[in-house]
Design a protein around this ligand. Structure first.
Ligand code: ADP
Ligand code: MG
Length: 234
């Protein structure tokens, strides 16, 4: 039931992204403009704190734009080919290893060697899991365990990204995936929106189980076949 909720509800929410984006970008721009205006009128003390604020606001706008452009372009041409999800996850982990070590996070990879390839855009598949792994890492500031699990489940492949981090309460669980919803001071609230949308594009599903103080597991199910006729058998 949770899976179906995410599939339909979150899609609608993505349609609001343009409006949300305008709102998120307008606030920092207003701050920046106000300061420059004061400086121009010579009413502003030359104060490092103001400059830092402007830089922070510019960085924030930049981050939002960067994350949107990275994956949000629905018109970006797909480069579909056979992709090994295990390889994608291994690549991500290799990149993350320095960060994991530094934060005292152990990792546990249980990759099904029989996992068949998925016919998809490799960069998009990677982006889905980069976002989930990054969130898992950020949920474990005091260290913990990152659990990555792949398996075949009927005509789907199942990929679990688990952590032993801070977890989420019901209220947060309801809001995640909504564009710009974040609980982090430096967050953009775009990671899960991206991941959900990309999974949806691949005709897959995302579900999540979480317990405050215990941890979180995101499960992604991806269809092995695009053939609609065959799916009714399962
Ligand atoms: P961001 O990471 O920029 O905050 P996301 O869309 O990636 O944006 O995540 C939205 C919010 O969902 C996070 O701020 C956090 O509150 C919650 N969240 C996502 N993944 C996890 C996780 N693994 N553990 C705990 N909370 C999470
Ligand atoms: Mg994130």
């Amino acid at each position: 039931a949770e899976t179906e909720m995410i599939r339909s509800e979150k899609l609608k929410v993505v349609a609001q992204m343009a409006a949300g984006f305008a709102h998120e970008v307008r606030n920092p721009l207003t701050t920046i403009r106000g300061f420059i205006q004061l400086a121009h009128e010579n009413k502003s003390p030359i104060n490092d704190q103001y400059y830092l604020l402007v830089i922070e606001e510019i960085d924030r706008v930049n981050k939002i734009i960067h994350e949107l452009l990275d994956t949000a372009d629905p018109n970006a041409p797909d480069e579909k080919r056979e992709v090994d999800p295990n390889q994608v996850l291994q690549d991500i982990l290799t990149l993350q290893q320095p960060q994991l070590r530094e934060k005292g996070i152990d990792w546990n990879l249980l990759l099904d060697p029989q996992l068949p390839p998925v016919y998809t855009d490799k960069n998009k598949l990677k982006q889905i899991f980069v976002n989930l792994v990054q969130n898992a890492v950020e949920a474990m500031p005091e260290g913990g365990e990152l659990i990555i699990h792949t398996a075949v489940e009927g005509k789907q492949i199942r990929l679990d990204i688990g952590d032993t981090g801070i977890g989420m309460n019901e209220e947060i669980l309801r809001k995640i995936g909504t564009p710009f919803f974040t609980e982090k001071a430096e967050g953009t609230g775009l990671g899960l929106t991206m991941s959900y949308r990309l999974v949806e594009e691949m005709q897959g599903k995302v579900s999540v189980e979480s317990e405050p103080g215990k941890g979180t597991t995101f499960t992604v199910l991806l269809p092995l076949e695009e053939d609609e006729e065959n799916t009714s058998f399962f």
